[in-house]
Design a protein around this ligand. Structure first.
Ligand code: ADP
Ligand code: MG
Length: 234
């Protein structure tokens, strides 16, 4: 199993005399290798908190998170860094590319942390091949400032994939794009999930995109409710 949540609760602000803000409430679910899953839900419902806990950027108040079979709570700092860098890849609403580096260099940034996973020439070849895959082969030497928002977001996807993660965590990745670019990025994520056999947990407000994942859930009251087709047609 790629990912397993066992009775996970997350709350904020346990102050005397104050009720905690419960964000995740006894949440249990599983995601198999290569599977995709969408999470929709209103702003403030805890979607980003959930992704951050999956990616070991945040810790649950109680319960167990197993990533690639490992209980995240028992990992050393070193193992956690390894996990964040090699087991998962993050994509956010904004691309967070480094403005002073060209595209090829930006894509290779995650390969610089931790021990090298492959010879430099091999990593660069993979970066070039992935940038070609997203239609940016002619732009390797360009800097992010010379690209459109949609192009930058495609580079961010490539950067998330460079270390061959088992799971991509995408937090509203199309949220800042116009419709045409959003459509293109959505297609790219769906195709890469299939081609690279990488698992995908996608937070989105876009119900049509959510429906293209193997499973779709709405985060309500700290629980994941399956999104039904009827619900989708609202
Ligand atoms: P979403 O991504 O669905 O918009 P978030 O996961 O960002 O929701 O936030 C869920 C809830 O948790 C919100 O009510 C938010 O105010 C609260 N929250 C998030 N981070 C913190 C924090 N560090 N301290 C206190 N409350 C937080
Ligand atoms: Mg959020």
């Amino acid at each position: 199993m790629l990912l397993e949540f066992k009775d996970v609760t997350k709350d904020y602000g346990r102050f005397p005399g104050q009720a905690p803000v419960v964000v995740l409430h006894h949440l249990s679910f599983q995601l198999a290798d290569g599977e995709s899953m969408a999470i929709v839900g209103p702003s403030g419902s805890g979607k980003s908190t959930l992704l951050n806990i999956i990616g070991a950027l945040d810790t649950p108040t109680s319960g167990q998170v197993l990533l690639n079979g490992r209980d995240v709570s028992t990992c050393s700092d070193r193992e956690l860094a390894e996990l964040r860098n090699h087991t998962v890849g993050f994509i956010f609403q904004s691309h967070h590319l480094l403005p002073q580096l060209n595209l090829l260099e930006n894509v290779l940034v995650p390969t610089l942390a931790g021990r090298p996973q492959a010879p430099a020439a091999e990593l660069e070849a993979r970066a070039r091949q992935l940038l070609q895959r997203v239609g940016l082969a002619a732009r390797l030497q360009h800097r992010p400032g010379q690209l459109s928002g949609g192009e930058c977001q495609r580079v961010a996807v490539v950067r998330a994939l460079i270390n061959r993660p088992k799971l991509i965590l995408a937090d509203e990745p199309t949220g800042a794009l116009d419709h045409r670019n959003a459509e293109e990025l959505a297609n790219l994520l769906v195709e890469l999930n299939r081609e690279e056999k990488v698992g995908l947990v996608l937070v989105t407000h876009w119900r049509e995109l959510a429906a293209r994942m193997s499973r779709a859930y709405e985060l309500i009251d700290g629980q994941l409710q399956p999104v039904t087709a009827a619900h989708d047609r609202r």
